[in-house]
Ligand binder design. Structure first.
Ligand SMILES: NC(=O)c1ccc[n+]([C@@H]2O[C@H](COP(=O)([O-])OP(=O)(O)OC[C@H]3O[C@@H](n4cnc5c(N)ncnc54)[C@H](OP(=O)(O)O)[C@@H]3O)[C@@H](O)[C@H]2O)c1
Length: 437
């Protein structure tokens, strides 16, 4: 039998401890599949005394993850510390430069330094595997990187953050407010104490930036992503969406358009009958549309120790099975030097349908004035109704508009006009509608 693959794990938290446990519990199966043993030869975390729920006494302990990456007797460095700088970045870079394979679950790191790290990996002829970084246990990286060669992707979109999907699912199912759902998500461990990163869309944007690169062969550009979170979604929106045959999801969408590549993260209305609308709770899903394949939807557990460990262990097993001297698949599907600078489509030119909810003074002429502002901006309306869903009083009413395909620029201008007219009693709500089968 071939020599054992020696693994060093940096970070022994939710994911790292699960990976160590799975490698131990599944050792016999993995050896049979890979044709060699996989052993945890080194570990690193902050606190050497903490019980990790798995016996790590045979592994050499390192206080310093960078030192472990540089000097430990290992073939694979597994980074499960987190963060886009600091020890995560330094240790991954050091491991690649030392000619070791790397496995990571760190989307923040890849969103910021992915291309530079891929260049080092490819130069050194080692693997940089990161299946767990996007949508946890769903094998979307392998699918896009290895199973779709020759396909031209037109759009990739998905539910990439379990916390947001959990909150939106409960808001709809139980009719409770965003704040109440968020508190519950925190109590159950689905949301961080500081949830900003999840609910304002940053986490989704990091994952989307990686998918964009795989889909279009572009250099990762996470800072270019248009981003809106879910914190201003109200029960009035959820109810109005349901009445119109839609469900609200936080989607990350990357799309090839005439003016470049559009990357956006925002609450989105998807048809209730579409497949992506059936993805509930903490589950994630990614839809990929291509010229050859048509539409593919992958869904499954997007986070948690076990699901994430499943993807990390899969990445380690791929390295165990790889042949020395054999050319590896490029990190982002295209060789890093082939990744093209990315031409950004401006959000103002985004084309699609829009849902607009306006809370207005109950006065004669308001309805007509709103319709005129829309017409002045060439917005064709699918429907305009006075609705009972909003905070109704004697003095104010809710008007819901659904547009046919128009542009973001036109909608912004029309809503600005309505606001200037002085008819609104509250902030206007605008939610984009996404085409989905
Ligand atoms: N949790 C998930 O469901 C999930 C899903 C997908 C991807 N990920 C990604 O997986 C990574 C790890 O996440 P996690 O949830 O497992 O985080 P976590 O529970 O907070 O664990 C982080 C680990 O890193 C260790 N650490 C911190 N600073 C260190 C340093 N300077 N040197 C060595 N170790 C250090 C900590 O040590 P101590 O334990 O001693 O404090 C801890 O064991 C992140 O990149 C995250 O984005 C997580």
């Amino acid at each position: 039998m071939a020599e054992a693959l020696r693994v060093g794990i940096a970070g022994l938290g939710t994911v790292g401890a699960s990976v160590a446990r799975v490698l131990r519990e599944k050792a016999a199966e993995l050896t049979r599949q890979c044709g060699r043993d996989i052993v945890v030869a080194a570990v690193s975390a902050r606190d050497a005394r903490r019980d990790r729920g798995v016996d790590l006494s045979a592994a050499k302990w390192f206080d310093d993850a960078v030192k472990m990456a540089e000097t430990a007797d290992i073939d694979v460095f597994v980074e499960l510390i987190g963060g886009d700088e600091g020890p995560a970045h330094a240790s991954v870079k050091a491991a690649l430069e030392a000619g070791r394979h790397v496995v990571t679950a760190n989307k923040a790191l890849l969103a910021k330094h992915g291309v530079a790290l891929a260049e080092i990996a490819e130069k050194k002829g080692v693997l940089l595997n990161y299946e767990a970084a996007v949508a946890g246990g769903i094998p979307v990286i392998k699918t896009m990187r290895e199973a779709m060669a020759g396909n031209q992707v037109t759009r990739v979109f998905g539910i990439l953050n379990g916390t947001c999907n959990y909150i939106l699912t409960r808001m709809e199912a139980e009719g409770i407010s965003f704040d109440a759902c968020l508190k519950d998500a925190q109590r159950l461990g689905y949301a961080e104490a500081d949830p900003t990163f999840d609910i304002e869309g940053h986490d989704t944007a990091h994952k989307l930036s990686i998918l964009t690169s795989l889909a279009f062969g572009t250099r990762i550009a996470a800072n270019d992503i248009y981003m809106e979170g879910i914190s201003n979604i109200t029960q009035a929106d959820i109810r109005a969406a349901a009445e119109l045959g839609y469900r609200i999801k936080l989607l990350g969408v990357a799309q090839r358009t005439e003016s470049g590549i559009e990357q956006r993260v925002h609450p989105t209305m998807v048809p209730t009958a579409s497949v992506i609308a059936q993805v509930h709770g903490v589950t994630n899903a990614v839809a990929i549309e291509t010229d050859i394949l048509g539409e593919l939807l992958l869904s499954g557990p997007g986070a948690g120790g076990n699901a994430t460990a499943s993807a990390v262990v899969g990445d380690i097993a791929d390295i165990a099975k790889s042949r020395p001297g054999f050319q590896h698949a490029p990190v982002f599907g295209w060789p890093a030097r082939e990744l093209r600078p990315y031409k950004k489509a401006q959000m103002r030119s985004h084309a699609g349908g829009y849902f607009i909810r306006l809370t207005v003074h109950d006065r004669i002429g308001v309805f007509a004035a709103i319709a005129k502002r829309m017409a002045d901006n060439d917005i064709s309306l699918e429907s305009i109704v006075q609705q009972g869903a909003g905070p109704e009083t004697e003095a104010q009413k809710t008007v819901i508009l659904v547009t046919h395909e128009t542009t973001e620029a036109a909608v912004r201008k029309a809503v600005e006009g309505v606001t200037k007219d002085g008819h609104l009693t509250d902030k206007p709500q605008v939610i984009r509608i996404e085409r989905a089968e």
